[in-house]
Structures are given as structure tokens and as C-alpha cells.
Ligand binder design. Structure first.
Ligand SMILES: [Zn+2]
Length: 382
């Protein structure tokens, strides 16, 4: 049997302890703060990530998949970090160091520290189910609150997307839609209700969002997207576009603008029982024109008269779009870039098709031929 002091001394003898100068000299080291939440909130080292000691073993593989990664652990006084280092060595990490003197000495020596932004107690409660997921946590929630997402359309796809993005705490939501709420919308467009019949969809959606989450700043554009207004709307600085447009002139406008401005577009479309979702991330994956360089000839054009759709289908596709948008905003997971997800509601089948960039794409290709907006006239077959 040994005392705490003896155990600590023995542990320190077994691990690598480095001082601040040596630690700073390590190439691409991952700095991990293993203190508790309240200690972290009172200041931490620049560039460090926070994994409390109690979660270190369970979370380290997500934070450092490479066992050869240089890792510097620190706590307040280099005791907890010594035990933490020993655990990581036992997990097979080859280059683990404990920072001698810990945060206390670092601060005493006048080295730079960072005061983290934190969530208010109200926000900690509202978003607690996000905070409990290590991949999101407080840092991820702050990214969501900082994010600005533009929804094209407040209809079938835009309704579920706007509500779930708002519930998740996306700080700024823009909504572009020129239409008025009518009775035929209520079979699927859940952001609207009997109370808002006859009012603009953007106002109706804004009301629903504000009733759900007052943290969200809603910016409405009661207009149809055209070459005339698209730059004005995008100048408001959107990080991500969720495209719920039901017509190809809008899709081409959104696509061309997003490629030129480098804004990822989460694309969704629905027809009767079939849905499609993908992410067009400029220059990393294909864009809409890589797949469809120009609109279809009139004889192949889709019908402009409203098609029928199973009421829940836009809910499924719109929430899949929301999932992609939230991952992009929180910078986690693998978005559907270069992958087209097809959904069949009748058979409940999901199919994924690889889609590739077209080097001859008229917008994102090597020799672009489309360099200014084109207002395609929507033509109909019936
Ligand atoms: Zn392209």
C-alpha cells in the first residue's frame, strides 16, 4: 500500500514532464486541459481543448486518433495531469507530456492565457442536450449561436428546417419567400398554422421561430429570388444556404452565387414519395451545374403546376437538410459532399449515389463560361 504522495511521485517518475518552454517547442502538439469546467471558464491556455480528467479515457480517441500525436496535458498544478499522462501512455499514446507547474505557474509567469466565451446559465439549460454530446459541447453550441443560415423558401422543406435550426440555436436565420400561407400548405408546411392563413410565409415562419426560441435573430426577405436581388440578400453575410426552392431558375441562381461566394448549399428536393438531399460545397465537391450544366429543354421540363407530395416527405427531407446544415455549422461529421442521398417513402429505402465534379462545369470548372447571373424563364410542360 502507498500514500497519495508516494503514488504521485512514482507516477511522475514514469511519465514525461516538460516545462513551458519545452512544451512550446513540440511540433503540432495537442494541448489538453484536464481541469473541471469551472476552472476552464476562469481562463485556459491558448489553443488548448478541454477534456475534464474524468472523461479523458473515453474522449481521447476522438480528439487524438493518431497514437503518435504529441500531447501536452495540464491541470492546475501538474498532479492530475501526471495521472492523466500515465493513463494515456497505458492507452498506447507514445508522446504524452505533463506540463510542469500546470496552469498556476503558467499564469504566474505572465504567459498568455485565454478567457473563454461561455454560455449564460439560461442557454446552458436550453441547450443542455447539445452540451452533453462531446462533439458539440459548449464550443460547438457557441458556433451554432454564431452561425448565419439562409433558407430559400419557407414551404415544405423550409418549414421543418427553420424550426429545427431555430431549436438548435442557430443565431441568425434568413428566410426568402414571396408567398402567402394558404390552406393547401398546412398539410405539410408545419411552420404555418390556421392563425397565419393569408399572411406572408416569411412573417408566419418568423412568428413560429420566435415563439420557439428568442435567441434566434430572424431576417425576412419577402421576395422571390432573382438576379436583381440575390447579391443584396447574400451581402448580409450567410455562412450556409439551405435550398428548399421548388423551381430550377432559383436553383441555378443560388448555385452560381454560392460558387462565386464560396458558400455551401444544402440542397433538397421532393416529388410525391421521393426525396433527394446533397451538399454542394464549392470547389470541394460538385455544384448543381456539374450535374445539370443548364436547364432542361422545354419538352423535358418538370411541371410547374404544384405536384402532389406525401405530407411527411418534406419533413423527412427538410430535417435531413437540417442535419447537414448543423454539421457544417458545428464543423463536425461528414457532410453529404459528393454524395446524393435518395429516399423512397413508399419502400423506406435510402440509396446513396456518388456525384463528381465536372472539370468542364460552366461555373466551377477550369474554364467557366457562366460568369454572371442568368434569369431562366420557368417554362412548363403542363
Ligand atoms: Zn460545378
Amino acid at each position: 500500500m502507498s500514500t497519495y504522495r508516494e503514488l504521485l511521485q512514482r507516477t511522475k517518475n514514469e511519465i514525461s514532464e516538460v516545462d513551458a518552454t519545452e512544451a512550446k517547442g513540440l511540433d503540432d502538439a495537442l494541448w489538453i486541459d484536464v481541469r473541471e469546467q469551472d476552472e476552464w471558464q476562469e481562463g485556459h491556455l491558448p489553443g488548448a481543448i478541454h477534456i475534464p480528467r474524468g472523461y479523458l479515457e473515453s474522449r481521447i480517441e476522438a480528439a487524438a486518433p493518431d497514437r503518435a500525436q504529441q500531447i501536452v496535458l495540464y491541470c492546475a498544478a501538474a498532479n492530475r495531469s501526471a495521472f492523466a499522462a500515465k493513463s494515456l501512455v497505458e492507452l498506447g499514446y507514445e508522446n504524452v507530456h505533463s506540463l510542469a507547474g500546470g496552469f498556476t505557474d503558467w499564469k504566474r509567469n505572465g504567459l498568455e492565457i485565454v478567457m473563454p466565451r461561455t454560455l449564460s446559465p439560461e442557454k446552458r439549460t436550453r441547450y443542455s442536450r447539445h452540451l452533453l454530446i462531446p462533439e458539440i459541447g459548449e464550443e460547438g453550441q457557441l458556433k451554432l449561436l454564431d452561425a448565419k443560415i439562409l433558407l430559400i423558401g419557407a414551404g415544405g422543406l423550409g418549414s421543418p428546417a427553420s424550426l429545427y435550426l431555430a431549436a438548435a440555436g442557430i443565431g441568425t436565420l434568413g428566410i426568402v419567400d414571396a408567398d402567402i400561407v394558404d390552406e393547401t400548405n398546412l398539410q405539410r408546411q408545419i411552420a404555418h398554422s390556421l392563425d397565419t392563413l393569408g399572411t406572408p410565409k416569411v412573417d408566419s415562419a418568423k412568428r413560429s421561430i420566435e415563439a420557439l426560441n428568442p435567441d434566434v435573430n430572424v431576417i425576412t426577405y419577402r421576395e422571390r429570388l432573382t438576379s436583381e436581388n440575390i447579391d443584396r440578400i447574400l451581402d448580409d453575410g450567410w455562412d450556409i444556404i439551405v435550398d428548399g426552392a421548388d423551381n430550377f431558375p432559383t436553383r441555378y441562381l443560388v448555385n452560381d452565387a454560392s460558387v462565386w461566394r464560396g458558400i455551401p448549399v444544402v440542397h433538397g428536393s421532393i416529388y410525391r414519395f421521393e426525396g433527394q438531399v446533397t451538399v454542394f460545397k464549392p470547389h470541394e465537391g460538385p455544384c448543381y451545374r456539374c450535374l445539370y450544366p443548364s436547364p432542361p429543354p422545354p419538352e423535358l421540363a418538370p411541371s410547374c403546376s404544384e405536384g402532389g407530395v406525401l405530407g411527411v416527405l418534406p419533413g423527412i427531407v427538410g430535417t435531413l437538410q437540417t442535419n447537414e446544415a448543423l454539421k457544417l455549422a458545428a464543423e463536425i461529421g461528414d457532410p453529404l459532399v459528393g454524395r446524393l442521398l435518395l429516399f423512397d417513402a413508399l419502400t423506406t429505402d435510402f440509396t446513396e449515389v456518388k456525384i463528381r465534379r465536372n472539370p468542364d462545369c460552366p461555373v466551377c470548372g477550369e474554364h467557366p463560361t457562366v460568369t454572371e447571373y442568368i434569369d431562366y424563364v420557368e417554362f412548363c410542360t403542363r
